[in-house]
Design a protein around this ligand. Sequence first.
Ligand SMILES: *Cc1c(COP(=O)(O)O)cnc(C)c1O
Length: 260
Amino acid sequence: MALNNLREVGDIRAVRFMLQDRITAVQAKIAEAAHKAGRQPEEITLVAVTKTWPPEVLLAAYAAGLRHFGENRTNELTEKRPFLEAQLGAEAGITWHAIGTLQSRQADGVADCADVFHALDRLKIAQKLAGRLAVNGRSLPVFLEVNVSGEASKAGFACMQWETDSQQKKGLLTAVQAMSQLPGLRLQGLMTMAPWEATEKEIRQVFRRTRLLVEWLRTELPHVPLHQLSMGMTDDFPLAIEEGATHVRVGRALFGVRTP
Ligand SMILES: *Cc1c(COP(=O)(O)O)cnc(C)c1O
């Protein structure tokens, strides 16, 4: 059942019970994929992607046990966070993830409101974030977004041929080095998106190459703690976990299809 008609469903309790079944199913898949790869399910953070859903759905998701919420638009983040804090208190234990790429004018909202940022795709945004973080005294864990698949529609540092292209390697290395020196930003690792129309084999390859890329960065820059991989969505999160994802960003498998 799609969740679009929350108001018809009636109340938060009904939505919560629907969500509980879906959360259980997603968590079972996470555990299965982790065990397949010889990993522990606890190593993986489920980021529930709540974009487009009204804040009441987030309240239901909270009641159902979810604690990590992901938004790809800054204005949704800056509206929903205060709403939930007004209802649940600021100490409700929610971690807010900004998962979409930013225009520079949106950097302030993310620096003020996000607890984690997954889609840092250029130095200019990093500088903007750092400037604002210095003003408000916050620090922000960030993932660098990398475009490993080479799809033109994808944001992120160009890494489609990183294994053989020394320019791509150098470009990423220089950016990571510069970002690691910006106060307030705490580099966590890499984020990537699978290609849209691709076979399972191709998708797996993109995730694997992203893991190898973060491993290479660690050997080049041992002083920068890059240990996390944000990859995998509704259609491919088990594959991503088998290939090393530490954060999966899942929307539709939990909340149903989004209608604009
Ligand atoms: C929407 C979105 C997701 C979740 O997608 P689903 O297919 O609904 O799981 C993950 N990451 C980003 C960056 C998104 O914009």
